[in-house]
Write a protein that binds this ligand. Structure first.
Ligand code: ZN
Length: 56
């Protein structure tokens, strides 16, 4: 039975885990960035809504 090589599913480099640590960190960093971006956009939308209510 051939030995199964474990490699990172993201970068393809040998890794014990399915995703190596640098890739995991990168993915988590991107996820946090995306989350913050969405939260910022929601905040802006809420501010715009407030402004609308003030005027009317
Ligand atoms: Zn990787």
């Amino acid at each position: 039975m051939p030995e199964k090589k474990r490699v990172c599913m993201i970068c393809g480099k040998p890794s014990d885990a399915s995703i190596c640590d640098p890739c995991k960190a990168q993915i988590q960093g991107e996820a946090i960035e995306k989350k913050q971006k969405v939260e910022r956009e929601v905040k802006i939308a809420q501010e715009l809504e407030k402004e609308k209510k003030k005027k009317t």
